[in-house]
Design a protein around this ligand. Structure first.
Ligand code: GTP
Ligand code: MG
Length: 198
């Protein structure tokens, strides 16, 4: 019952020097801007306003850490691939995300979120390759599964699963979720609880 426990904001980091001491295992939520990272943190924890979400891309501009029951940190990352911010800011976020993903000892798994309507984009492939190289285990999570029609969802899921299978650091199973409708959440909670227990 890991996800039944209280979840609280711990801290936000704008640069590597502000990252908290790594005391608990961490699960990070990565993905393109607006894919639904912050919404998934909220949906998994059942807390609607824990992480700030927005219709406009580029909402999360820091790395936000949430403590789940004193056992795990959920880490909400800024999105990658967002081009409408100042160049200076984009470079700073990208450096922060990549330093974190490559160098964090406590990082147990990265959830790479992919919009179920769009499938994998070059930026997703780049992150998955980076995680392979850093030997950081990751799982691809399709988000907004309530959006596409069933046949389209099936097609995208098959294609994404096939591409993910080419990555040595990828978890074999694709998660398919809707933060809006709640589908796939209990399976993902169970997978993360299982990971923590091993
Ligand atoms: P950045 O922080 O900007 O990188 O975005 P993010 O990946 O954290 O996305 P966020 O959670 O802020 O959600 C972006 C938009 O997608 C919001 O308008 C959400 O309401 C919407 N959204 C998130 N999850 C779902 C979902 O499962 N279904 C649908 N239909 N919309 C969703
Ligand atoms: Mg966000």
């Amino acid at each position: 019952m890991l996800f039944a426990q209280a979840c609280d904001f711990v801290t936000a980091a704008m640069e590597a020097s502000q990252l908290p001491a790594a005391t608990l295992p961490e699960i990070a939520f990565a993905g393109r801007s607006n894919v639904g990272k912050s919404s998934l943190v909220n949906a998994l924890t059942g807390r609607k306003t824990l992480a700030r979400t927005s219709n406009t891309p580029g909402r999360t501009q820091q790395i936000n850490f949430f403590d789940l029951g004193g056992r795990l940190l959920l880490v909400d990352l800024p999105g990658y691939g967002y081009a409408r911010a100042a160049k200076r800011d984009i470079e700073r976020w990208n450096r922060l995300i990549h330093d974190y993903l490559r160098g964090r000892q406590a990082l147990r798994r990265v959830l790479v979120l992919v919009d179920a309507r769009h499938g994998l984009k070059p930026a997703d492939e780049a992150v998955m390759t980076e995680l392979d190289e850093a030997a950081v285990s990751f799982q691809v999570v399709l988000t907004k599964a309530d959006k596409p029609a069933a046949p389209e969802l099936e097609k995208v899921a098959a294609k994404v699963a096939q591409a993910a299978a080419r990555h040595p650091a990828a978890h074999p199973e694709l998660a398919i979720t809707s933060a809006r409708e709640g589908s796939g959440l209990s399976e993902l909670r169970a997978a993360l609880a299982h990971l923590l227990a091993t």
